[in-house]
Design a protein. Structure first.
Length: 290
């Protein structure tokens, strides 16, 4: 199946606005997620306390087959939430950005961990992994950056090399890892070639921002439509979505001759678009010499 023939996305990322949405809007979106047979819904709400919108969404999707992964602020877990989440089969992640914060709440961690990478904490990755293994945390995710949340980070090649060396001493098989960055994925999983067909933005996944704009992914700020005025089906079936997908999937000109270009497609397209304002250049994080 080609990207242009895909009827629906499989995975939806939805960042929740702490001010909330009307019950009518929540119902419309949840009905659309069910109707479009979404496989996985990644909810993220970093407000403290967690907004009632999250509970409303979970309740409306309770009878669906959609797998829900909920990410909340590491300091926002309330014991009263846990039973309800467990009853609904929700995968709970607590998000933090430093090993110090992670250690300070270790007694309260009863969930998976989402560790948001930046320039200051990249060197903490081995310590975070060791912490998760020691505390029998099942899954550690390095989440997709959000375009609207500040500086777009990627590590220097020397930092990646140092990380690769440090990971040799860590039993990674004891922990389920979710790594979205294409080049860090290669380091963690020790593969010579990237798997898949490059960026899945506007293909198997879409992103719903807190203002209900729909974009290809959390890191690619190209608005395909808004769920206040259009349905998910209309947005995903639109010419604009298909056109953006063609631009995403086309290997950049400067990647010509690269041995992995057909799979890599230039790396992270969102990072490239934000930092270089084009799809026709390779990811600035790329460490391959084409």
């Amino acid at each position: 199946m080609t990207p242009d023939n895909l009827i629906d996305p499989f995975i939806v990322y939805w960042d929740i606005n702490s001010s909330g949405y009307s019950d009518a809007i929540i119902s419309i979106i949840c009905d659309a997620l069910i109707k479009n047979k979404i496989f996985v819904l990644n909810l993220r709400d970093l407000s403290n306390p967690v907004s009632t919108t999250v509970s409303n969404i979970i309740d409306k999707l309770a009878r669906s087959n959609i797998k829900i992964r909920l990410t909340i602020n590491h300091g926002a877990i309330e014991r009263s939430m846990i039973k309800n989440l467990q009853e609904h089969g929700i995968s709970l992640f607590t998000e933090t950005d430093s090993i110090e914060k992670l250690l300070s709440v270790s007694d309260n961690i009863i969930a998976n961990v989402s560790f948001l990478l930046n320039q200051k904490n990249f060197h903490e990755i081995p310590a975070v992994i060791a912490f998760c293994i020691k505390n029998r945390i099942k899954e550690l995710e390095f989440p997709i950056q959000r375009a609207e949340e500040g500086e777009i980070f990627y590590p220097a090649h020397s930092e990646v090399d140092q990380l690769a060396h440090a990971l040799k001493e860590i039993p990674l098989e004891l922990l389920k890892l979710t790594v979205h960055d294409p080049f860090l994925w290669k380091v963690f999983f020790k593969r010579e070639h990237l798997e898949g067909m490059g960026c899945n933005g506007a293909y198997t996944m879409i992103y719903i921002a807190d203002n209900l704009d729909v974009t290809p992914c959390p890191l690619l700020p190209v608005t395909l439509g808004n769920l206040c005025s259009e349905t998910l089906k209309e947005i995903f079936s639109s010419f604009k979505r298909r056109q953006i997908r063609k631009e995403i999937i086309a290997p950049p000109y400067e990647c010509r001759g690269c041995a992995i270009a057909d799979n890599c497609k230039g790396g992270c397209r969102g990072r490239t678009y934000i930092l270089l304002e084009t799809f026709n250049k390779k990811d600035p994080a790329c460490c391959f010499n084409c």
